[in-house]
Design a protein around this ligand. Sequence first.
Ligand code: GAL
Length: 345
Amino acid sequence: MKKILSFSVVAAVVAALALTSCAPQATGPKKIVIGASLPTQREAVWVKGRQAMIAAAAAAGVELKVLSADADAAQQANQVESLLSQGIQALILAPADATTAASMADKAAAAKVPVVSYDRLILDTKNIALYVSFDNEKVGELQGEWLTKAVPKGNYIIMSGDPGDNNAKLFKAGAMKIIQPLVDKGDIKIVADQAVANWLPSNALTIVEQALTANKNKVNAILAPNDGTAGGAIQALNEQKLAGKVAVTGQDAEIAGLKRIMAGTQGMTVFKDNRKEADASVQAAIALAQGQPVASITYDGVSANQTVNNGTFDVPSLLLTPEAITKANIQDVVKSGYVKATDLQ
Ligand code: GAL
């Protein structure tokens, strides 16, 4: 995985640029500068998102300064301050922690920098111009629909993502919309229900190991919120020779997840083409930096005509559509160019 420029390197580059700015310059419109702060580069989705943002900025002729926070909210706060001090005109922020990020959005607003909440919603602030994401409740519904179809009756392990990530709540809410009625009917029994701190596969492994032990391996289905946690769950199943016998969901169309779908140990994933999400965010940030109204922003036929409540207000939202992927339509991911056919061999 490519390492991102550390803050000190960025600072050195900025300092060098400041020195050279003494030289006479051609006059012309000033280049728009966008800042972006991503929560992590651990999962491939975030790596691809970063690459797509860089490509989108290059294509649009704007400057993009993109940093990643290693799932650390304090580090992200420092990075956002640094970006703001570098005179960015719009901020794309995907929070490591949804509520801590409110103060970052507030600082941006104080500096008159519009904020695009990217993929994950920033909670408890009015200072978000636009939320660009997927329909995250729908992601959960797709998982719940596949799982209950695969296992209409039986013992379920329910895992949700990191509690500091608002998406985790939306994914779970969507999935439980489908699963809960079958629990109420008595067909499904939830034998464990736990959040996976930091989305770490190793935490998912422990949760599933413990649930298998506590239930003498009598588990039929596992709601795993993304492919990383599905990987941990399947490792635990493997230890008990149960991989392929227990239905497991996922999300992100990661190569490892797609390969498990081919092998039959994971049943599904959810494909969110986050190249589009990243591109839409950069386009939106440019429009906002130019002072265009949020209502005028559209991407790929989708407009910012939806809202998602963040605890303070209904945030204008541009939501893309996720797609459920099973062995039957796995080629959709290849056809889109998101992964190569050879990646799946
Ligand atoms: C979520 C994102 C998922 C997954 C997860 C772990 O916010 O929507 O696609 O990547 O974070 O990073």
